[in-house]
Write a protein that binds this ligand. Sequence first.
Ligand code: NAP
Length: 363
Amino acid sequence: MKAAVINQFGDFDVLEYADVETPKPKPGNVLVKILAAGVNRLDHYLREGSIVPDLPFPHILGTDAAGEVFRPGKGVTDFEIGERVIVVPGYPQNEEDYDIYPASQAPSFGLPGLHVTGTYSQYIEVPARFLLKDDTGLKPEEVATLPVVLATAVRAVKEVGGVKAGDKVLVQAGASGSGSMQIQVAKALGAEVATTIRSASKADFVREIGADLVINTRNEDLAERVKKWTDGRGADVVIDNLGGDVLATSIAAAKATGVIVAFGFASGPEVKFDIRSLFFEQKVLKGSMASDKRDMELGLRLVREGKIRPLLDRTLPLSEAAEAHRLVANNKVSGNIALLPWAAWVSRDRRSGPLLERGDSSI
Ligand SMILES: NC(=O)c1ccc[n+]([C@@H]2O[C@H](COP(=O)([O-])OP(=O)(O)OC[C@H]3O[C@@H](n4cnc5c(N)ncnc54)[C@H](OP(=O)(O)O)[C@@H]3O)[C@@H](O)[C@H]2O)c1
């Protein structure tokens, strides 16, 4: 099968479009034909080598995938060949951890593309238990933009942040893949949402997905705008996707006893803030990491109910994974990019014979 593979850390061009062995599904697992793979900033960090210094090479990146059942392994009875499915974006790798909730606290928790082979490929093997039926009615490339951002948004906003109807929530970096989904989840829960951008060109995008207040931090004072919006109190919950020198502003924008959810570090991993800004008003700083299958299920329910929609920036053939990473690194993406593993393969291999049939045992 074709895959976008890295053999070393480095710039975009370390992503090579290569032939790799197609997995054979073990009992209880399913071989999924990937119709579209989503791209996240996490993949870019991993390719650079900035978060996991000891990835085994060659390595296939990618956590998000929408596809169809190609070959169920022995004992799999819940899925039919050809059925549309979504890969749960992270799950325990050892059976004895399967029932730990939330799954991200399981000792063997792992993400496709990080701890195990990822989704930038034509097929992936997944335990049947961590496949969800795709009944969204959406195109695969739209679905592929959802898993990481949707499930982690449900975890960060609802489960960790505790957002409820009537809350006033601040989402930092609303135009990011994560931020744009967090805005939608908070709105779906009945909250009002303020969000930050740095360039005026992203204002329409965040308004369109539901932001009630848009603050351009290049020329506006964040804490002041949020205080005014909340009648002087501050936000009930702040979701901070940025870290770096932005976290201090998130703390300042939260109300007394408010919750600040540390979710990302797009502005840098080192933060500095005056500890008094946290404990004088008994604010709560919490971390949110990854998600559980249940978060994904709730997120998909909100999608089916029309409360959340996927934000597909563009599609690219899998062979152009490097270009997708360049766009992410240069902040040229609103929402998420989806890679199409079959677009390039069909045109490049048309001369070499027919495509494999579903259930084909020759692979
Ligand atoms: N905790 C978890 O489970 C989890 C899961 C997924 C992602 N994350 C983390 O969340 C962060 C965001 O990831 P992502 O995939 O959503 O990123 P992304 O889609 O690549 O977006 C990053 C965006 O942030 C915006 N931005 C950067 N600095 C900003 C600032 N000071 N104010 C407003 N906007 C700013 C940039 O837009 P402009 O350049 O236009 O401002 C850029 O488009 C990353 O650190 C990622 O590792 C965490």
